[in-house]
Design a protein around this ligand. Structure first.
Ligand code: FES
Length: 78
């Protein structure tokens, strides 16, 4: 199974791989960022996480609206 990135509706980017060794996350300088245990990680897309770059569920508390939903909401108000 390939590496899969799923955009959660109004939530994080969920990244999964059959083999956790396939996952590697690096910062802007190329330094490895330790990953949580498991085959899946969720990267914050809302900017509110206290454990960036990982999602900690804050998106629900702040009412984050993903780009598609935000565009649809704006179109509905126009
Ligand atoms: S997407 Fe979940 S805390 Fe930002």
């Amino acid at each position: 199974m390939p590496l899969t990135i799923t955009i959660a509706n109004n939530g994080p980017l969920k990244i999964s791989a059959e083999d956790a060794a396939q996952l590697e996350l690096r910062d802007h300088e190329g330094n490895l960022i330790p990953l949580p245990e498991g085959k899946n990680i969720s990267l914050c897309r809302c900017g509110a996480s206290t454990r960036k770059p990982f999602c900690d569920g804050q998106h629900s508390k702040i009412g984050f609206i993903g780009a598609n939903a935000a565009r649809e909401a704006a179109d509905a108000q126009a």
